[in-house]
Design a protein around this ligand. Structure first.
Ligand code: F6P
Length: 376
């Protein structure tokens, strides 16, 4: 580096739900930046810390020993710049955030997050800030990237849980229904269900029918298998709920400007009431099959603890690539994983989309081939 070149200052923040691999990414960004003579600061608790100008300097000492740690050393929150909770109200604090970016003489701000964070980061890019994002979430539902970090670790945890549930389901001749995270996408439940050998997998992309679901379990009983494991994505929906949601989505599309907010709220409420119905599925299955049912909700266990080797690798690869893009002054992008390479995907192509599981995805095809039921 030329000694006359002014030092570049980089900001990082982690936003949305935490996941394993965030610290590996922070370390990858920080160490590469430091090797390039850049200085890095980490804002605390996502966009809130940026708004309040609370940060730590990410020097070598801070970055040391964090590769294997779960969570995020910076803390996180779901607070949005344009709807920041302030004294019981939501206030647009975007201008303060823009001011703090400049006050810290930042050349770039790197935002690590899932779908919501990509949206918020894009809004800041539209305000003229140099933004780069990384895709993280256990849900693997960010558009534009092959995979997100956090997913592989959560997958491993969920598979181990299903393995353990198998032996107890078998001993008691029970149906064990295991609820798996993933928000509105089925990647985690599908992957864990297949790898764990679940007999039934319910995902949002394939609406289920209670009778067909029960029949698939009764078919197993007739083959002498008196236990079943049902892997349910938290966003799984029944056929009738799916119809209602589709109708609400169409209504939203058709809604005139003044009615859009109302239609959006209606859709959100409907989605919330139709998902997370695992206890009800268990109740219905017990009635329809006559078999005793139990529910296990894996919840935040799936997001905690040490990142897997694959997540450490991915997060390091994407994190270090950020610095290359900063040097090339490529902003308004998400650093995506494309096979073994990275790709700069414009944020405008990422936001507002959810990467759902295609119903003809090879995972679904192979699950059907081994006789797994999707309740359809
Ligand atoms: O996006 C990650 C995720 O873990 C989802 O799978 C889940 O729906 C959600 O976050 C849970 O959010 P919270 O941690 O706020 O309860």
């Amino acid at each position: 580096m030329n000694s006359d070149t002014p030092t570049k200052h980089i900001g990082i923040l982690t936003s949305g739900g935490d996941c394993p691999g965030l610290n590996a990414a922070i370390r990858g960004i920080g160490k590469t930046a430091s090797n390039e003579g850049m200085q890095v600061i980490g804002f605390l608790e996502g966009f809130r810390g940026l708004m309040e100008n609370r940060f730590v300097r990410l020097d070598n000492e801070k970055l040391s020993g964090i590769l294997t740690l779960g969570g995020t050393i910076l803390g996180t929150s779901r607070d949005k710049p344009h709807r920041m909770p302030m004294g019981g109200k939501e206030v647009d604090m975007t201008d303060v955030i823009v001011e703090n970016y400049h006050k810290n003489h930042l050349s770039a701000l790197i935002c690590l997050g899932g779908g919501g964070t990509q949206k918020n980061a894009y809004r800041l890019a539209q305000k003229g800030l140099n933004i780069i994002t990384l895709p993280k979430t256990i849900d693997n539902d960010v558009a534009g990237t092959d995979i997100t970090f956090g997913f592989d670790t959560a997958l491993g945890i969920s598979v181990e849980a299903i393995d353990r549930l198998h032996s107890t389901a078998h001993s008691h001749h029970r149906i064990i229904i295991v609820e798996i995270m993933g928000h509105r996408a089925g990647w985690l439940a599908l992957g864990a269900g297949i790898a764990g050998g679940a007999d039934v997998i319910l995902i949002p992309e394939i609406p289920y029918n209670n009778e067909k679901l029960a029949q698939s379990i009764l078919d197993r009983v007739s083959r002498g298998k008196r236990f079943s494991i049902v892997a349910v994505a938290e966003g799984a929906v029944s056929e009738s709920a799916f119809k209602d949601i589709t109708k609400a989505k169409e209504d939203l599309q058709k809604a005139e400007n003044g009615k859009k907010t109302e239609a959006k709220l209606k859709l959100k409420e409907l989605e919330a009431s139709c998902t997370g119905r695992t206890m009800k599925i268990a109740e219905d299955l017990q009635k329809l099959t006559g078999l005793e049912s139990r529910v296990t909700i894996l919840g935040h266990l799936q997001r905690g603890g040490t990142p897997s080797a694959a997540d450490r690798l991915l997060a390091t690869r994407l994190g270090t690539a950020c610095i290359k893009y900063i040097k090339e002054e490529k902003f308004g992008i998400m650093v995506a994983a494309k096979k073994q390479k990275t790709k700069a995907v414009p944020l405008k192509d990422v936001v507002g989309k959810v990467k759902m599981v295609p119903v003809d995805h090879p995972w679904i095809v192979s699950a059907r081939n081994v006789g797994t039921s999707f309740g359809d």
